[in-house]
Design a protein around this ligand. Structure first.
Ligand SMILES: NC(=O)c1ccc[n+]([C@@H]2O[C@H](COP(=O)([O-])OP(=O)(O)OC[C@H]3O[C@@H](n4cnc5c(N)ncnc54)[C@H](O)[C@@H]3O)[C@@H](O)[C@H]2O)c1
Length: 324
């Protein structure tokens, strides 16, 4: 079967869910976001609106910024003809009408009943397996039998989450990366019972849509703790936390080192604050539970302390850095 997606359900309208809803809406899909209260849903819509405003601003200012960049880097003055050519090539591809159209596609709810006509659900609630199992049991009861149920888990077992449903062959991991509106990678992770058809449908679907900048780029990844990107990334981040704990260099200098010396776009502490200290804490706890305490070390003391102090990073305005 080739999956035809008209309507997408998103469970959890937080940092990831609101951006996933945004991506679906700009690709012309009807979206229904479910969260636990009207307050969270209001925040989710505000997040989408802010992101779409950034997309508008990016489109409107892109040509002028490129002209400025070329003139500055090459110390030249472009002619009007050259400027017009750049303006024509980089003319806005997203406008106010498109923003309104995308916003109109997004509905919100606190009730699963409104998932009765979705073709695909992407779950993005907190990273704890018990909560995700509760959500999937509800989804199984409240969505049409043809719908694919996908989880954006960063670390949990897709097989375990699927086990509470009567359609494990149509449950799959689709792991987006923060911020998904600009990062195009999606890890597609089959659980033990996921059918090949579901995996292929997800890969085809993801290949057919774009985020704010690029076509999405799905890759197939085996269900292993941490999947692919986080397995590599967390090893590096943990080294950075240790270097900080041992006083090898200051936090700012470690961030600077990895940007200026290793070509990373963000330093490990900046990235941690963006991802969320709570998300990192839960991912490390869950991965350690899955593969055993001897093969993965405990979350760093600094991560534990920040987590228990409620300093989750940018979302709470304090994490490694202070954003107040
Ligand atoms: N933050 C990241 O960088 C990142 C990257 C990739 C994947 N993920 C994964 O995405 C998921 C969500 O992470 P996030 O950073 O968006 O978290 P978040 O805390 O920003 O958002 C979670 C949302 O889920 C809602 N929620 C909780 N229980 C719910 C329920 N029963 N029904 C509906 N909504 C419920 C919360 O109210 C909140 O709005 C996690 O599984 C995380 O591991 C996060």
């Amino acid at each position: 079967m080739v999956l035809f997606v008209k309507r997408v359900g998103v469970v959890g309208g937080g940092a990831m869910g609101s951006q996933i809803a945004d991506i679906m809406a700009i690709n012309g899909k009807e979206v229904i976001i479910k969260d636990i209260s009207e307050e969270y849903l209001k925040k989710a819509r505000e997040n989408v609106e802010n992101n779409l405003d950034s997309l508008l601003e990016f489109n409107v200012t892109r040509a002028d910024k490129e002209i400025e960049r070329i003139e500055k880097t090459n110390q030249i003055q472009l002619t009007d003809e050259q400027k017009n050519k750049i303006k024509e090539t980089l003319k806005p591809k997203f406008n106010e009408d498109m923003k309104k159209e995308a916003m109109d596609k997004i509905q919100t709810t606190t009730d699963y009943k409104e998932f009765n006509d979705v073709d695909l659900v992407i779950e993005a609630v907190l990273e704890t397996v018990d909560l995700k199992k509760q959500v999937f049991a509800e989804l199984d009861k409240n969505t049409p039998s043809h719908a694919i149920l996908a989880t954006n888990t960063s670390s949990l077992s897709v097989t375990e989450i699927a086990s509470v449903t009567n359609r494990p062959e149509r449950v799959v991991g689709v792991h987006f990366f923060n911020p998904p509106v600009t990062l195009p990678l999606v890890e597609v992770i089959p659980g033990m019972e996921t059918s090949e058809e579901t995996v292929n449908d997800m890969i085809d679907f993801m290949s057919s849509i774009r985020n704010h900048r690029y076509p999405m780029q799905p890759i197939r990844v085996k269900e292993v703790p941490g999947f692919l990107v986080n397995r590599i990334l967390f090893a590096m981040m943990n080294e950075a936390y240790s270097c900080y704990d041992e006083g090898v260099a200051s936090m700012r200098d470690i961030d600077l080192a990895m940007k200026a010396g290793a070509g990373m776009p963000m330093g490990p502490f900046e990235l941690s604050d963006l991802v969320g200290i709570d998300v990192i804490y839960h991912v490390e706890e869950e991965v350690r539970k899955m593969i055993g305490g001897n093969t993965m070390r405990q979350p760093s003391q600094t991560i534990r302390k920040l987590y228990h102090a409620g300093r989750y990073g940018k979302k709470t305005k304090r994490g490694f850095y202070d954003y107040r």
